[in-house]
Design a protein around this ligand. Structure first.
Ligand code: C2E
Ligand code: MG
Ligand code: MG
Ligand code: MG
Length: 284
């Protein structure tokens, strides 16, 4: 009886795996079409200066407006894209769109001097040798100063990437583009390595905010991480801030920037544009 149940479970399991594999192949084929037919889009989530309460920047987050399935989050398709070798093409698409949009914002409604659009790149993008010239060309074409662009790379990608990724980070940094270490605190960077990276900011992962306002030990831990970031000469951004208590606590701990549903969900581009147009003390 137990044996039979085991066999049935196995059959169900492999049928499910087969179905998942079929869906994935299908997804990849559709993703190729999506790239060609403009089904990908970017939402923009504001990044706030916690000290002044003003908008310091925005993070571009990719979505796929799937004809049948609706708006898909990156976690549902980026792995499939990677397996299909589409990562670099998608990375280029994101860079083209986010830099062009930053150029449009710059002329209307105008941008604060230290505003930056944050763009996520994956390890495969950074292994692409021509990344820095590609970015430079886009900056020139759209009249965007490099300081208005920040490239987010996860701590894990940096640690696994080795010298090639470090070299690409250096070339981007040489252009004047800012580099940010994303999901900081989830990988295992060596503390001394942190000081050698050509990065200007570290974004502490949402998971570190769990218990921040209820658990004294967690608060001490986050304070230590912020000190570590600052002692390496980097600015700190906290992501995934969901309530006022977290925002207040982080400000008291000298975290300069914050991002999360408490301030705003990721927005369609038109809404992000409105927000920039109506920000306090908007410079035309
Ligand atoms: P990430 O770069 O760490 O982005 C932050 C994620 O947290 C986003 O999810 C954002 O919508 C979500 N988030 C922001 N505030 C809150 C909050 O208060 N609470 C909660 N629960 N979540 C919050 P999203 O958009 O689903 O993106 C997931 C990940 O996909 C990103 O993590 C990034 O690693 C990747 N990704 C997104 N866009 C791109 C892209 O254009 N290229 C690449 N290579 N990766 C991307
Ligand atoms: Mg990010
Ligand atoms: Mg992150
Ligand atoms: Mg994260």
């Amino acid at each position: 009886e137990a044996k039979k149940r085991g066999r049935d479970t196995l059959l169900v399991f492999s049928a499910a795996m087969h179905e998942a594999a079929k869906q994935r192949v299908h997804l990849v084929a559709e993703l190729r079409t999506a790239l060609a037919t403009d089904e990908l889009e970017l939402e923009y989530q504001p990044i706030m200066d916690l000290r002044t309460g003003t908008i310091a920047g925005t993070e571009a987050l990719i979505r796929w407006r799937h004809p049948d399935l609706g708006l898909l989050a990156p976690d549902t398709f980026l792995d499939a894209a990677d397996e299909a070798g589409l990562t670099v093409e998608i990375g280029h698409w994101v860079l083209r769109n986010a830099i062009a949009q930053t150029g449009r914002w710059k002329s209307d409604p105008g941008l604060p001097a230290d505003f930056s659009t944050h763009i996520n790149l994956s390890p495969a993008d950074l292994h692409h040798v021509d990344l820095a010239p590609y970015v430079e060309d886009l900056l020139v074409r759209h009249g965007v100063e490099p300081r208005h662009i920040s490239i987010e790379i996860t701590e894990t990608a940096i640690m696994r990437g080795g010298p090639e990724v470090a070299a690409t980070m250096q070339s981007l940094n040489d252009l004047g583009v800012r580099i940010e270490i994303d999901d900081f605190g989830t990988g295992y960077s060596s503390i001394s390595y942190l000081r050698t990276l050509p990065a200007s900011q570290a974004k502490i992962d949402k998971s570190l905010l769990d218990g921040l306002t209820t658990d004294r030990q967690q608060e001490t831990f986050v304070a230590a991480i912020l000190q570590l970031i600052h002692s390496a000469g980097l600015g700190a951004v906290a992501e995934g801030i969901e309530d006022r208590e977290q925002a207040d606590r982080l400000r008291h701990l000298d975290c300069e920037f914050g991002q999360g549903y408490f301030f705003s969900r990721p927005l369609p581009v038109a809404d992000m544009t409105d927000l920039l147009a109506h920000r306090d003390g908007a410079a035309a």
